[in-house]
Design a binder for this molecule. Structure first.
Ligand code: ADP
Ligand code: MG
Length: 321
């Protein structure tokens, strides 16, 4: 029977990069680039709430870190390292090996080594907590409160697929194997836009990552920046896999669908070329989807230029009764 320490050694201990003290002591130690600030964020993932119990463990390891790297991306912070808390209901080594493989692969791809954590047996469902650390020069972080009236609103990547995959797996939509095959990767293997976040320093006025749905997440930028906005539905970058949906599910997927982990950001109209160059340098697709305005409120124009009614709500863990 493997002990807690065997498990940690086997699955979570990797050679730490030079200059950094990783797994094995009471604390990890890492240097911060001179003059920069630490950006940190934590996310808790619970079985049954944030992922299905039978999800591929390698995908889960990837996603547990991806959602945290996405927060660094949204701030324009460069990853330094991460820590992992695991509450395990059972000891399943093949599961742990696959989880660790997915986790470490994404960590390596983003230069964000696992440098510590905590592992415990749980009498309850599986719980995963990841905390990331990044670095950003003072004043250069992409915050939510910096948007100005008249800024363009941009979205990276494509929208809609993760929502459709989630609803198919959840049984809300009738089974459709080919639609699931076309959308599942977006839900289970989100790609955090770290390079884009870094490239947008000094260009974007505000940014957020899309975890709870475009309307809700953009709403956070607007609230923090004390602005309103108008989006053009026809300009939203819908994933090809969802283009065949009927009106209502398509609206729900594009405007309310969560788990996207792309960036929504604002930038001055005068910086359009700079945004395009930053996206190209980062290998990211970006699409202009609307404009901020001084007047409060968020409207979405349909293809005829009319405001859409009954906009979908995003995800809320504690919806008002
Ligand atoms: P402590 O008792 O001081 O909290 P632990 O025995 O919990 O230490 O952990 C031993 C070492 O293993 C520590 O360096 C800790 O950061 C690391 N560790 C424990 N669990 C994990 C994990 N899931 N991922 C990465 N590192 C871990
Ligand atoms: Mg411990």
């Amino acid at each position: 029977m493997a002990s807690e320490f065997d498990l940690i050694a086997r699955y979570f201990t990797r050679t730490a990069p030079a200059g950094l003290l990783g797994v094995g002591d009471d604390c990890a130690l890492f240097p911060v680039p001179p003059g920069e600030q630490v950006a940190t964020s934590t996310d808790l993932l619970l079985e049954g709430r944030h992922f299905f119990p039978d999800v591929d463990p390698k995908a889960l390891g990837h996603k547990a870190l991806a959602v945290n790297l996405s927060d660094l991306a949204a701030m324009g912070a460069r990853p330094i390292g991460c820590v992992l808390g695991l509450a395990l209901p059972r000891l399943d080594e093949p599961w742990l090996a696959a989880f660790a493989e997915g986790f470490h692969a994404l960590a390596a791809a983003h230069g964000c080594p696992l440098i510590g954590g905590d592992t415990t047996r749980s009498a309850h469902d599986l719980a995963i907590s990841v905390t990331v650390f990044g670095a950003v020069p003072p004043g250069q972080a992409l915050r939510r409160d910096g948007a100005e009236a008249g800024d363009d609103i941009w979205v990276s990547g494509e929208l809609g697929a993760a929502d459709v995959a989630y609803r198919l797996l959840d049984g809300q939509y009738p089974a459709d194997a080919s639609l699931l095959a076309a959308t599942r990767g977006a839900l289970e293997w989100p790609q955090p836009q770290v390079a884009l976040g870094l490239a947008l320093r000094g260009i974007a006025t505000a940014a957020i990552d899309l975890s709870d749905g475009l309307l809700q997440d953009l709403g956070h930028i607007l609230a923090a920046s004390r602005l309103g906005a108008c989006l053009r539905f026809a300009d939203l970058p819908a994933a090809a896999s969802v283009a065949g949906l009927a009106d209502a599910p398509l609206r729900r997927a594009l405007l309310g669908g969560g788990d996207v982990y792309q960036l929504c950001f604002t930038a001055p109209v005068a910086r359009r070329e700079a945004v395009a160059a930053a996206a190209q340098a980062a290998g990211a697709r970006v699409t202009r989807v609307g404009q901020t305005q001084a007047d409060a409120g968020l409207s979405v124009l349909d293809p005829r230029g009319q405001p859409m009614a009954a906009l979908p709500a995003g995800f809320d863990h504690f919806p008002a009764a």
